[in-house]
Design a protein around this ligand. Sequence first.
Ligand code: HEM
Length: 119
Amino acid sequence: MGKEIISLDDIKKLVDTFYDKVRKDSLLAPIFNKVIQDDWQKHLDKMYTFWQTLLLGEHTYYGSPFPPHANLPIAEEHFNRWLDLFFSTIDENFEGEKAAEAKWRASRIAEVFQHKINT
Ligand code: HEM
């Protein structure tokens, strides 16, 4: 059981907890670390703005989400693991409408990314 996602602090908790899991995951960590190296805080800061924009409607992200993924060595198993970790982060910490929306949006974006990678 958790709380509703209503503030930027909630978004930061979501993002920090999720990427903590990613960084401990033997399948995903090497892929992230190769690109991000010592710049994790920069990546986290960007991801705060991404989810703040999607979930809170506070427009702070102005990037293009897909291009950095185009040439990563990722396929279905990586997306499935990414979604597993994201869903468990949500379920362990949050509840309510925005929590459900976060899972829904992550799933849709993962689908679009996979489709683009495979074309
Ligand atoms: C950026 C990895 C799935 C959203 C990145 C970066 C990496 C990465 C390495 C670049 C960080 C940098 O350049 O500093 C992955 C892997 C995934 C995955 C390995 C799955 C196996 C997703 C999904 C979403 C997402 C499903 C959305 C729900 C983003 C966003 C950025 C990003 C918004 C920043 C783009 C920008 O530079 O503006 N990801 N990602 N990623 N990722 Fe992912």
